[in-house]
Design a protein. Sequence first.
Length: 250
Amino acid sequence: MHTSFAIATALGLAMVIAPATLKAAELKVIAGGGMTAPLKELAPRFERATGHKVTIEFAATPELIKMATSAPFDLAVVPVDVFRNDGARAMFVPGPTIDIARVGFGVAVKAGVPKPDVSTAEAFKAALLKAQSIAFLPESAAGAYVQKVFDRLGIGAEMKAKTRAQKIPGDIPAAVAKGEAELGIFLTNVLAAPGVDFAGPFPGDLQNDLVFTSSIATQTKEAAAAKAFMDYLKSAEAVEVIKAKGMRAG
């Protein structure tokens, strides 16, 4: 199916066939860094099919909360943790959010080096204690979960000395690839990058999904276009892209 027609089907055929009757909108979207790859592919497709312009600002959860409460925006595709902040939640329309994608956690090493055994909680703990350095993004919803896992394993204090904190998700595999950190620990889709090998997912009940959910800002003047983009992110075409980028839809 042609991309434009596929999006037209997802959004409502009349929306694309008769663009002259619609005003092109300029949408400002705030999004979690873990959604960078799929949104950078999907936003241009949506723009070409609808005539709307989509600008996306990616950030980690603490910064997204600040952005939601201080800067104008139309739509968010963010970790569900953002909506657990009362101040941020108040900036969105009432009602349930719409889940867009989810992804679990894993471990990566520099390409070509032996992979540690992370198949059980005991093996994972031993690998973490053996590693000289670990790259992840502490100031994020995903990073907060990683630290919670360290604490569950009883090695939170030991891991602090080994942590090589990164600024954005993409810096994690880059640091591992360059040898600046022995292990990279984060969302599995982020760890699928050049120069690193995937050692495995978090084992057993240490595994967890980070859910990216969506809602429209109460202050938006482009509610119809924002909803159209959100609906497109639930379309069959968007689901294919989300899966291709190492995530699961919904």
